[in-house]
Design a protein around this ligand. Structure first.
Ligand SMILES: Cc1cc2nc3c(=O)[nH]c(=O)nc-3n(C[C@H](O)[C@H](O)[C@H](O)COP(=O)(O)OP(=O)(O)OC[C@H]3O[C@@H](n4cnc5c(N)ncnc54)[C@H](O)[C@@H]3O)c2cc1C
Length: 432
């Protein structure tokens, strides 16, 4: 590891925490009871809390760590139509109508988050910057160009092809062979967005308490008791909003969520003419490699924030940073000597069918499994699960009515991740 890769002021924590530090205010004490107790203080938990508190329910959000310290203050801030399966493969499993309705939810979530941020005046740099999806080989470029032909009616994205000869308009990288632009995709500052949601939840009357992990749940619907690090609390309804941090507290959900570490580095501010040439339109960017990377400029348009997964098994973000830097330099050779100011990681919640899931199990509500695309999905489905608790029909979603699958011998530790990373790396090296 080269020492010069790290700037003198390097911090092993999210760049977003510079503008939006985690809450250090004194927290209220835990009430003895509430109508709704929400476990987890990320976007899912807070969006659910906004609904239930505005709906007149005494709402308490409890968080094991500092408020917002999960993925919701750590992510890349990229927003797309988000639900992963393609129409053809999904319709082969669930039929055309349900496949359409499920994928439409991703489009709904993208539209919803833009409207919601504006309606709530959230100061979070939400911007419809568009995405450049780059082909890392000529064959992969052909494949993605073909994939946007003849979109399903109602699921159009306005995507268009940019051949290699015109690629410099989108990105200055020798690594790519053309790509596809998705003009409706967006970006925001995740930490500032979380802070805005926290304010709205508190203004609505919700109590949000950090360092108050839920340790056990007993009782039945209408009469739950939750043992926490700060004592017991009774609840009529519970919402589990723990996503990639779901553990033994809720073993049924733990068997259905695959926690996968995702890692990000932030560079020092670049010279204005350099960053303007590398990513001229401030698009969010990813490419066709199976070992996923995602990157963008920061909202000020000064740095590159480069995320992905390079390590075989989970590691310290500082230990992963040199390999992340090398991945960035593969795309932008000019950044070989650009130091890193921040490196961090978090656990995304993946699912076996690559779809989010929400609903109730034994009377306990949950929403989770956004498969790395949770900025819009967790906010949208968090809102819906709050509405479900209120018994509102707008809380319904086709994703409430599908099976939430697990696999035999899976108990919450993804032993298959290391071989999968090796296999994807092998596939990427051989892709034509
Ligand atoms: C590095 C990284 C990059 C990402 N980039 C993107 C991106 O660009 N675009 C995108 O759409 N998505 C991205 N994501 C995913 C996105 O951030 C998440 O899907 C989203 O934030 C999930 O929100 P959440 O509220 O469900 O979960 P989290 O924000 O993870 O919150 C869950 C919380 O539950 C708490 N908790 C767990 N157990 C307990 C307990 N027993 N008691 C109390 N609290 C508990 C945890 O401490 C945690 O704070 C990224 C994620 C990571 C880690």
């Amino acid at each position: 590891m080269s020492a010069h890769l790290f700037a003198p002021a390097y911090k092993p924590e999210p760049f977003w925490w510079e503008r939006s530090p985690l809450c250090a205010e004194p927290e209220p004490s835990l009430p003895a009871s509430a109508d709704v107790v929400i476990i987890g203080s990320g976007y899912t938990g807070l969006c659910a809390a906004i609904q239930t508190a505005r709906g007149g329910r005494h709402t308490v959000v409890i968080e094991a760590d500092a408020i917002g310290s999960g993925c919701s203050s750590r992510n890349g801030g990229q927003i797309s139509t988000s639900i992963k399966p393609q129409f053809d493969s999904l319709s082969a499993k669930v039929g055309d109508n349900l496949a359409y309705d499920i994928l439409k939810e991703g489009h709904n979530a993208l539209k919803w988050i833009g409207e919601f941020s504006e309606a709530e005046s959230l100061d979070c740099d939400f911007d419809v910057v568009g995405r450049f999806y780059a082909g890392h080989t000529p064959g992969q470029f052909e494949m993605i160009a073909k994939s946007i032909e003849n979109p399903q009616k109602g699921l159009e994205t306005d995507a268009y092809v940019v051949p290699k000869s015109e690629q410099h308009v989108e990105i200055d990288s020798p690594d790519y062979h053309g790509g596809v632009v998705f003009p409706r995709h967006a970006s925001l500052d995740p930490g500032a967005y979380h802070k805005g949601l926290l304010s709205r939840a508190r203004e609505a009357g919700a109590t949000v308490i950090g360092n108050c992990g839920a340790e056990a749940i007993s009782g039945t619907a209408g009469e739950f008791t939750i043992a926490t690090a700060k004592g017991p609390i009774k609840a009529r309804d519970i919402i589990v909003a723990t996503n990639g941090y779901t553990r033994r507290l809720t073993p049924w959900q733990q068997r259905r969520i695959i926690p996968i570490g995702s890692y990000i580095i932030a560079t020092e501010p670049l010279a204005p003419d350099l960053i303007q040439r590398l990513i001229p339109k401030n698009r969010v960017i990813n490419d066709t490699r199976k070992l996923v990377v995602y990157y963008r400029t920061d909202p000020a348009g000064e740095r590159i924030l480069f995320g992905g997964r390079v390590s075989i098994s989970e590691t310290d973000p500082t230990a992963a940073a040199p390999a992340m830097h090398a991945e960035m330099v593969m795309r932008f050779p000019e950044l070989a000597d650009t130091p890193i100011t921040h490196a961090w990681m978090g656990f995304v919640g993946y699912t076996f069918d690559e779809m989010p899931h929400l609903g109730a199990r034994n009377g306990i509500h949950y929403s989770m499994g956004y498969c790395g695309s949770g900025v819009s999905l967790s906010s949208y489905f968090g809102t819906k699960i709050g509405q479900q608790v209120l018994g509102l029909k707008e809380g319904d979603s086709p994703l409430t009515h599908i099976d939430f699958p697990t696999r035999p011998y899976y108990w919450g530790k993804p032993w298959f991740l290391a071989p999968a990373v090796r296999y994807y790396r092998w596939k990427d090296e051989r892709a034509a």
